[in-house]
Design a protein around this ligand. Structure first.
Ligand SMILES: [Zn+2]
Length: 196
């Protein structure tokens, strides 16, 4: 990522690292140093729970503990960490979906603006009616079916399926034919522009 960013400085150095704080990077003794270096470089640290358990099998209290404890432990590694999203182990949500967005356990609270599923397809545009920030699909960086090359080729063959930002944060530009797919509530003050 850093090499690519150096070569293409207009492509920002961004990414979220969803770590298990007790065994981060397979090198727990250097975890604090690594987490802090990532944050300093512009990356985010995300929640991946403490024990990578099956959230849907847990009670409300247990599920909150898995997520809140992870935040507490990440902050022990790096007090400056702002944990704003979660990658769901096995793509499972807690039985009580509301607990994904926020919860408390043992004096630590968490607040997630987004939750990542495990696979395996591109996410809808952030202004699409199909966009659900608490169920965001991801493309896995693996070879073969539904991996990175598969989807990059698919998107090349289906350019009409790609959402390309117009680059202006104040506007959202879509083909007129797709205007109905835009959720007005998701524009957050941006002006919708259409073209034929
Ligand atoms: Zn995982």
């Amino acid at each position: 990522l850093q090499a690519f960013h150096e070569k293409h400085p207009d492509f920002p150095l961004r990414g979220v690292f969803y770590i298990l704080p007790d065994s981060a990077f397979g090198q727990p003794r250097r975890a604090a140093e690594k987490v802090r270096a990532l944050i300093a470089a512009g990356f985010e640290i995300g929640n991946h729970t403490v024990s990578h358990g099956h959230l849907k099998r847990l009670s409300d209290a247990e599920a909150q503990k898995e997520m809140a404890e992870a935040v507490r432990k990440i902050r022990v590694l790096a007090p400056e960490a702002r944990v704003e999203s979660i990658a769901l182990p096995f793509g499972e949500s807690p039985k009580n979906r509301a607990l994904l967005a926020s919860g408390t356990s043992g004096g630590t609270s968490y607040r997630h603006r987004a939750a990542m599923l495990v696979g395996s397809n591109p996410a809808p545009s952030p202004v699409s009616r199909k966009f659900d920030p608490m169920r965001l699909p991801r493309i896995q960086a693996i070879a073969g079916a539904f991996g990175l090359d598969y989807w990059l080729n698919w998107l090349k063959e289906h350019p009409e399926k790609r959402y390309v930002s117009d680059g202006d944060p104040a506007t959202v530009t879509v083909p007129r034919a797709l205007q109905q797919e835009v959720d007005a509530a998701r524009l957050q003050g941006a002006t919708l522009r259409t073209y034929n």
